[in-house]
Design a protein around this ligand. Structure first.
Ligand code: AMP
Length: 203
């Protein structure tokens, strides 16, 4: 599943993972967990992520390959913006058989406006934004902890991430199109409408 920042791919991927009882594998979440634990990998990734740059392919390829080898992936999985460029897509071919590629499409202005307003809970990871604000500003509805803005959601890093998306990630459409497994979904619809469109595709 791929789409620009703020397209709702993480939200949709989580719902699909619950529905089909398969893991939601987000390289971004895995890298952020490594940063929080201050592992060697996390320390290498931290500055790159905060600046809005990509983490080197060999690092992400390694963590995804290891994750897909785990027992809970035998019946399938949802990859949330991995691969993120052509080299990663080519590497993935060696250890996975991708059945569907979903592009959640939103225009840049919506993407930027959703992201700069995005706030996340430090404790439980719940996400709030313009369309679903918290009941009390700065406080998580689910667990009462403080909400924060990711460094890479700030405007400068965000613009860099969006540029990388257009330059590198969109090239994946051309890579997967000959296999006839690419489906484009309008990410400006409501969460429920997008979910309906996705289940129509995935069955
Ligand atoms: P995300 O939460 O998916 O927006 O990812 C946050 C950041 O993690 C990205 O801006 C990259 O720095 C890094 N990252 C996540 N997935 C990848 C990937 N597949 N390849 C390289 N860097 C990644």
């Amino acid at each position: 599943m791929f789409g620009p920042q703020g397209s709702g791919k993480g939200t949709q991927a989580k719902i699909l993972a619950d529905r089909y009882r398969i893991p939601h594998i987000s390289t971004g979440d895995m890298l952020r967990a490594a940063i929080a634990k201050e592992t060697e990998l996390g320390n290498k990734a931290k500055a790159l992520i905060n600046e809005g740059k990509l983490v080197p392919d060999e690092i992400v390829n390694g963590i995804v390959k290891e994750r897909l080898a785990m027992g809970d992936c035998v019946d399938g999985y949802i990859l949330d913006v991995y691969p993120r460029n052509l080299d990663q897509a080519k590497e993935l071919e060696a250890f996975a058989d991708i059945k569907y590629v979903i592009e959640l499409h939103v225009p840049d202005d919506i993407s930027v406006s959703r992201i700069v307003h995005r706030r996340q809970c430090k404790a439980c990871g719940a996400i709030f934004g313009l369309d679903f604000p918290p009941k009390v500003e700065g406080v998580c509805d689910k667990c009462g902890e403080v909400l924060y803005q990711r460094d890479d959601d700030k405007e400068e890093a965000m613009k860099k991430r969006l540029a990388i998306y257009h330059e590198e990630t969109e090239a994946l459409i051309g890579f997967y199109s000959p296999k006839e497994i690419v489906y484009k979904v309008d990410g400006t619809m409501t969460v429920d409408e997008v979910q309906k469109a996705l289940t129509k595709i995935l069955g």
